[in-house]
Design a protein around this ligand. Structure first.
Ligand code: KG4
Ligand code: ZN
Length: 358
């Protein structure tokens, strides 16, 4: 049995978890500093970094305690070294480096976006309240990775053998949810707020344009996001000179609900369209959705319905608590790095890579 402690601090969540053999979740502790960012409508990097610093030690201690582990039980330490906010990554990486030296454990450097995919390899837990996939996804895997910082379609032939099929040219889909929520005066993070508001709205009320791009599997979300702003300005009888943060006060609740539902429909359709198209081209054994936006019920519904309609296997996704940022996905990824003899990191020199790509 291999137990790995995973540490994640790339954005606004300070997280640590212990995962056994890359599949059994023994603990999962996430301290979100989201509340600190609500008043700004988005993550403020310096505030996030300071908050990581304050809570990282207790978060790690709690992850060990929840897993009933002492340091002697831990076989390795995994940490996100990119992509993410520099000051935030630094806190997790320095903590992991220090612990690897002091506790004499191997150190695994993990790519955050790959980590989101590996959340889907976690299939069991003694912890209450998790709905997990029954088995790990089979290769080849078509992975739609949709979060606040990333929107990518990736084909995994095997562990660590993958091709990036497409990605966003501008905003990530989660970022677009967050920005649209801000225009509608809905609280940060925008994904869950828009989902909630959309329940009362008509998804056909507005037709926001889907971006058309030359590259088959690339995305763009800045167009639909700007279309929402223009529609709101028109509804309110204001032009671009009117402060956008004051527009929401002029909208009725039903108008907000219709815009939320219509935007959500377009955003979800955009990523679902490309995923279905890629499924038809590559015929993977499994389709998974990963990242914070994979928690979106409308995305899950559309993907399931459309894949079933073309005779494809059901889409795989995991518990919403493992879709958004967490340490468990990092620990799961590191297990496979070890299994596949990927080099471990040097605890004396491991550097952060804020712009790390896949
Ligand atoms: O994966 P994640 O926690 O962080 C990044 O790696 O970016 O994703 C956070 C993003 C935020 O933009 C948030 O608005 C979005 O995921 N999100 C959702 C939902 N829950 C979180 N978007 C749509 N629907 C949701 N239910
Ligand atoms: Zn993430």
């Amino acid at each position: 049995m291999v137990k790995i402690l995973g540490i994640e601090s790339s954005c606004d969540e300070t997280a640590a978890a212990v995962v056994e053999d890359g599949q059994r979740l023994l603990s999962n502790v996430v301290a979100s500093n989201m509340d600190l960012h609500v008043q700004y409508g988005g993550v403020v990097p310096e505030i996030a970094a300071r908050s990581h610093l304050e809570v990282i030690t207790p978060v790690i201690e709690e992850a060990l305690q929840q897993a009933n582990c002492t340091w002697d039980d831990i076989d390795g330490i995994a940490v996100t070294y990119g992509a993410g906010l520099g000051g935030c990554l630094l806190v997790g990486v320095m903590a992991a480096r220090t612990l690897a030296i002091v506790k004499n454990k191997p150190l695994y450097a993990c790519n955050h976006v790959e980590g989101h995919v590996y959340a889907n390899f976690i299939t069991s837990t003694p912890l209450p309240g998790y709905v997990l996939p029954k088995q790990p996804p089979a290769f080849p895997i078509l992975a739609l990775i949709v979060s606040g910082g990333h929107s990518q379609l990736v084909l995994f032939r095997d562990h660590f053998d993958y091709t990036l099929l497409g990605q966003t040219h501008d905003d990530a889909i989660g970022e677009a949810f967050d920005k649209v929520a801000k225009v509608l005066g809905l609280p940060y993070p925008g994904g869950p707020s828009i989902t909630k508001k959309a329940l009362k709205g008509n998804p056909q009320a507005f037709t926001f344009p889907k971006a058309k791009l030359a590259a088959k599997y690339d995305f763009s979300f800045s167009g639909p996001k700007t279309a929402v702003l223009r529609a709101v300005q028109e509804l309110c009888g204001k032009d671009h000179t009117f402060p956008s943060f004051k527009l929401a006060e002029l909208l009725s609740e039903p108008q907000k609900a219709d815009i939320a539902a219509s935007f959500q429909r377009i955003a979800v359709e955009t990523v679902a369209d490309k995923t279905i198209q890629a499924y038809q081209e590559y015929a993977p054994a499994t389709v998974i959705i990963a990242g914070g936006v994979a928690a979106n019920a409308e995305l899950r519904r559309q993907m399931s319905e459309r894949l079933t309609a073309i005779g494809a296997p059901a889409v795989t996704y995991t518990d919403p608590k493992l879709c958004t940022d967490n340490g468990a996905m990092i620990a799961a990824l590191a297990y496979y790095q070890a299994q596949h003899h990927q080099p471990t990191a040097d605890p004396y020199t491991l550097a952060i890579e804020p712009n790390l790509s896949m």
